[in-house]
Design a protein around this ligand. Structure first.
Ligand SMILES: [Zn+2]
Length: 416
């Protein structure tokens, strides 16, 4: 470790209480999505950036969903690293008494910080913000450029956050992206699956429940159709050798980080029937049934392949129609990229284990960079209680994520 890197590590140790306090107050600044109003939480960030004298601007194509973008140059030419995290979080039922501490408490207990969004992903976004702040202090030692993007409108695939920035502000593209979405300190995510949501409607004339010879049942047809749609799970992905090798190497780690069965799910098309509504009354033959499917595409499967199989199945059901309601393609970058190697080296030096590159099941804004062929990696805390009650991060794990982001961003910007 060189002197500057040692200095960075020392600052993080000295500022321990400040960093923890920042995250607790960030959680208290409610930003549930829906509705997605992040003005309180964004103000918490801008107050910090102002107090530290850091350059930034607010880009808010939608007034209640501001994005914060900061950037600065090092001493000489070099590469451009972009840090990204989201400000909005899942909603929480405030009357739900199953929370040991309130969902917006930002409470500290047993070495953990509690609250909605602390893991997904206010801890990771805080890591990006402190990385930006510390590297600004030593910018005379850096090459290239560092950009911070703290965005809104992530949780509902909204158009006003990272998607807006990527489309309208090419200055945030950069050469590499680092993101602290919850994953696990044991893994580095280089890719993610892509959701394809389809809504099916089955319509028949309907009838009195005793007159089943008058009309086909919309619910029965829907149930058969849903079962036949399992055909999409037979589609096999086509992947390159380096991705295949990474998936094989990451098998045990994926099972550990995301549960038994995760490694198989990562490489397969999965089908979930999320909702189903049909019929009005028990003694009527239903004339309408609507159900929604959440199909997840692995790396190496195209949307057109899936829609081809769906169209073939639908041909058997003239009573059914289909509508696409959401799609994000699966995304990936080099599992052995330079940032992976940098992250691995820093984690090994700090903790004695080496994080493994994997593909994740859930989605992040990192995909938007990968779509533009910019390598984008995720290194964040365990997703404890994410989307559920008692969401929390362990304080030491959070500080570890901050350290790894700061030191890895430094290493990346020191190289030519
Ligand atoms: Zn997230």
């Amino acid at each position: 470790m060189d002197d500057v890197k040692r200095q960075l590590a020392k600052w993080i140790d000295q500022d321990r209480d400040t960093i923890i306090g920042f995250l607790c107050d960030f959680v208290r600044a409610k930003s549930p999505n829906p509705p997605g109003d992040t003005t309180l939480a964004a103000a918490h960030i801008t107050r910090f950036l102002e107090a530290q004298g850091l350059p930034f601007r607010v880009i808010a194509p939608q007034a209640t969903m501001p994005n914060i973008v900061g950037t600065f140059e090092g001493r000489g030419p070099g590469r451009h690293l972009v840090l990204n995290g989201h400000i909005d979080v899942f909603p929480a039922d405030e009357r739900n008494e199953r929370w040991t501490h309130g969902p917006w408490s930002g409470a500290i207990a047993n070495g953990k910080i509690y609250g909605r969004g602390v893991a997904d992903m206010k801890a990771g976004t805080s890591a990006s913000i402190f990385t930006y702040a510390y590297l600004y202090r030593i910018r005379e030692h850096l090459k290239g450029r560092l950009t911070l993007t703290a965005v809104s409108d992530e949780e509902t695939f909204g158009p006003w956050g990272a998607r807006y920035l990527m489309e309208h502000h090419p200055e945030v593209h950069g050469d590499c992206l680092l993101n602290g979405e919850p994953s696990s300190p044991l893994t580095i995510r280089f890719g993610e699956k892509g959701p394809l949501w389809l809504e099916f409607t089955v319509r028949t004339p309907g009838a009195h429940g005793a007159y089943t010879h008058y009309s086909k049942s919309a619910t029965k047809l829907a149930m058969q159709l849903a079962r036949d749609l399992e055909a999409v799970t037979e589609i096999k992905p086509e992947i390159s050798d380096n991705i295949r090798a990474a998936l094989e190497q990451g098998h045990a780690t994926m099972e550990k980080a995301m549960g038994a069965g995760a490694a198989a799910a990562v490489s397969a098309v999965t089908l979930n029937i999320g909702t189903i509504r049909g019929g009005l009354k028990v003694n009527m033959v239903p004339g309408e049934c609507v159900f929604e499917t959440d199909i997840r595409l692995p790396v190496g499967v195209d949307q057109s392949q899936v829609l081809g199989v769906v169209a073939k199945v639908l041909k058997q059901y003239p009573e059914a129609t289909m509508r696409e309601t959401q799609f994000s393609a699966p995304s990936w970058c080099d599992p052995n990229g330079e940032m992976v190697e940098i992250l691995q080296r820093n984690v090994t030096a700090l903790k004695g284990f080496t994080p493994i590159p994997i593909v994740s099941l859930g989605g992040t804004d990192a995909r938007l960079w990968r779509y533009r062929n910019i390598p984008a990696y995720v290194y964040g805390p365990f997703p404890r209680g994410m989307g559920s009650t008692d969401e929390h991060v362990e304080i030491e794990e959070f500080l570890h994520i901050v350290r790894v982001h700061v030191l890895s961003a430094y290493d990346y910007l020191m190289r030519q």
